[in-house]
Design a protein around this ligand. Structure first.
Ligand SMILES: Nc1ncnc2c1ncn2[C@@H]1O[C@H](COP(=O)(O)OP(=O)(O)O)[C@@H](O)[C@H]1O
Ligand SMILES: O=c1ccn([C@@H]2O[C@H](COP(=O)(O)OP(=O)(O)O)[C@@H](O)[C@H]2O)c(=O)[nH]1
Length: 201
């Protein structure tokens, strides 16, 4: 368990293809955050020789389902500890997580409380266009129309309630992710500049 006064975590949420990874790369560059994508960590674990979770992860990702939280939380916590041990880095973007209420509760109880959630809001029409385009080169088993529809359903039924939960606690910073990449990043920077100043104070 980390102390939230010492380890600073921002959750980055939004529908599939809303630009979470794209904007996290910008933030990592300019603000020195460690970027931890839950989806990337799961894909790495799925490729890892000897992993007992290979099939479970592959099936969940293809079907747009949420991998049981124990697996994802263990991967996130391990990566956080490694970043702290090797670089002394203590600011984390946790991208694409928590996607289910049980994950949110467990992570904040067992790992660290989040500062706030950046929420990239975008229409399904825009998301589907971006994901199909990404699918031309991503090689991802879930960037096809059948998986995309399932991922949208999971987002609405399972992940959106997490955003509502944090909204009730006034811990959501919403961004219009419909705009071009540069405009989205301008809005991201405005939010971060205000929030980081506050936390430095
Ligand atoms: N603002 C934007 N406008 C148009 N395309 C975008 C924008 N942001 C990201 N993309 C593209 O859309 C796809 C999904 O973005 P990505 O950052 O991978 O989203 P996520 O991590 O939320 O799934 C990628 O191919 C990315 O290059
Ligand atoms: O905490 C997480 C994050 C991701 N995933 C799985 O990984 C997939 C891809 O997630 P990622 O964030 O990489 O991509 P996105 O769908 O947001 O484009 C999801 O559909 C889930 O099946 C999961 O099970 N738990």
């Amino acid at each position: 368990m980390f102390d939230h006064n010492d380890v600073f975590v921002i959750f980055v949420l939004g529908g599939p293809g809303s630009g979470k990874g794209t904007q996290c790369a910008n933030i990592k560059n300019d603000y020195g955050f460690v970027h931890l994508s839950a989806g990337d960590l799961l894909r790495e674990e799925q490729q890892r020789e000897g992993s007992e979770f290979k099939e479970l992860i592959q099936t969940c990702i293809r079907e747009g389902k949420i991998v049981p939280m124990e697996v994802t939380i263990a991967l996130l916590e391990k990566s956080m500890q490694e970043a702290i041990d090797t670089d002394g880095k203590k600011r984390f973007l946790v991208d694409g997580f928590p996607r289910k209420m049980d994950q949110a509760i467990k992570f904040e109880k067992m790992v660290v409380e989040s500062q706030f959630t950046l929420y990239f809001e975008c229409s399904e029409e825009t998301l589907v266009t971006r994901l199909l385009k990404r699918g031309e080169s991503s090689g991802r088993i879930d960037d096809n129309i059948e998986s995309i529809k399932k991922r949208f359903q999971t987002f609405k039924d399972t992940s959106f309630p997490v955003i509502e939960y944090y909204e009730e606690k006034s811990k959501v910073r919403k961004i219009n992710a419909e705009q071009d990449r540069e405009s989205v990043y301008i809005d991201v920077q405005k939010i971060l500049d205000i929030s980081l100043q506050r936390s430095d104070a």
